[in-house]
Design a protein around this ligand. Structure first.
Ligand code: ADP
Ligand code: MG
Length: 281
């Protein structure tokens, strides 16, 4: 403990003031989970790109918690062969499986098709989360990508999150699934801080989607969301995925990259005051 504190002080001393200011006190990581009701709404795109922006100024870790359809390594063009499945072995540590990504980002891959992990029992999952949580402490920011729909495996990750990004498109089906996810979160974690993020083509659509989401959350959960973020629908997102090169690096001036950077900057700023806390009525 003493050694860690000394190391931290030394690092802060070596750092430019603005970076030192952005670090969390006592080396405690701020954990951001990216989740959704429906799949294919832009979660992995958001997780990968905001983690890369955070890594520019902070120690950042990206965790692929989408155990059914792990694809962070594909988006980043990483192929280390080491993944979360290995963490089920008592002898395997997080440092053993974490790969090096761009900007100094550390990445724990999910391991595509790792069925035994997706179907792991409660005890195994809890041991895994404990192992991960201990590793998180060495970072300023941890971004966790999750599976769509809030199942037991996803809730494990949401429980350790300080902030939940609830991603949806502006389509009514996606918004309805986001509401279902918000309800599950409110029921299980009444004090969770949740930020809706809409991948959509313009501000007006995002506003309408937030209104639609709030209509149901106010009626059935008792409170709505004050704030939301928008990630523009942008053909460059698909191009970047095809090229296996993350958007904020390959097309930094594209509209979606600008929105993703804005979202990351929002996370970097102290946002306790604007937290959306959903409590069941
Ligand atoms: N902002 C966006 N604009 C356009 N297409 C997007 C955007 N975000 C994601 N997509 C597309 O949606 C699909 C799913 O994206 P992904 O990030 O993998 O979502 P999820 O992780 O929620 O399944 C991809 O084909 C991607 O190209
Ligand atoms: Mg995904």
């Amino acid at each position: 403990m003493k050694d860690q504190a000394a190391k931290l002080r030394q690092m802060m001393g070596d750092m430019p003031a603005v970076v030192a200011h952005e670090m969390q006190p006592h080396g405690a990581a701020r954990v951001i989970a990216v989740t959704s009701g429906k799949g294919g709404v832009g979660k992995t795109t958001i997780a990968v790109n905001i983690a890369l922006v955070l890594a520019e100024t902070s120690r950042a870790l990206l965790v692929d918690g989408d155990l059914g359809l792990a694809n962070i390594d594909v988006m980043l063009g990483i192929d280390s062969g080491r993944h979360m499945g290995h963490l089920l072995l008592p002898s395997c540590s997080c440092a053993d499986v974490a790969a090096d990504g761009p900007n100094g980002l550390k990445v724990i891959s999910g391991g595509s098709g790792l069925r035994e992990l997706a179907e792991a029992g409660e005890e195994e999952r809890s041991a895994l989360i404990q192992k991960l949580s201990a590793y998180f402490r060495g970072f300023d920011y941890v971004v966790v990508d999750t599976s769509p729909g809030i199942g037991a495996g996803v809730l494990d990750f949401l429980h350790v999150a300080d902030e939940i990004l609830l991603v949806s498109t502006s389509e009514p089906t996606s918004v309805r699934d986001a509401y279902a996810a918000a309800k599950t979160i409110a029921r299980n974690m009444p004090n969770a801080s949740v930020m809706p993020v809409f991948t959509t083509s313009n501000q007006r659509q995002a506003r309408q989607a937030l209104e639609a989401l709030n209509q149901v959350t106010r009626r059935f959960i008792g409170s709505g969301f004050d704030n939301s973020h928008l990630i523009e629908a942008d053909p460059m997102v698909s191009r970047a995925i095809t090229e296996r090169s993350p958007l904020v690096r390959s097309y930094p001036r594209s509209p979606a990259a600008i929105c993703l950077r804005k979202l990351a900057n929002h996370i970097l700023a102290d946002r306790k005051k604007s937290a959306n806390v959903l409590a069941m009525a």
